[in-house]
Design a protein around this ligand. Sequence first.
Ligand SMILES: [Cu+2]
Length: 162
Amino acid sequence: MKKLSSVVCMVISFLFFHTAIAQSSANTGLAFETPWVRASAPGQKNGAGYVQIQNKSNQTDRLISATTENIGRVELHTIINENGVAKMRQVQGIEVPAGSGATLAPGGFHIMFMGLTEPFKAGELVPVTLRFEKAGEIKINFEIKPATYNPPAAGQNAAHKH
Ligand SMILES: [Cu+2]
């Protein structure tokens, strides 16, 4: 009898697992507005990606990682103010609240592309796979803007240096 109940347990967890997969591949309710990175300055090995994530669903989600094919390391970062000095810090995730969303913008959260093998060239695209706790993997293209580009709705434009 004990054996049977553990088999039943396995079947049930198997069913739950598959239900979860199906939900994440369905319409996620997430929308992405103007994903962009700035063109690299000469010799620059890192770049930051910004995007406005809208969550139109009634479930709070969380961006947990980002990857891209040709760049070795991609991290999620924020900027904190330590004694008047803006410093970047890696974060384990970025919350995307239900009914609103999350803003990745200069001076705050960003996706950090590290150790670029080729510079970001204005006009090209960086294909990125975003991984969310609930929505799963979503691929979006970040547009490379000219080095002089400043988004119209940017907050304070903190120095961005490694
Ligand atoms: Cu950073």
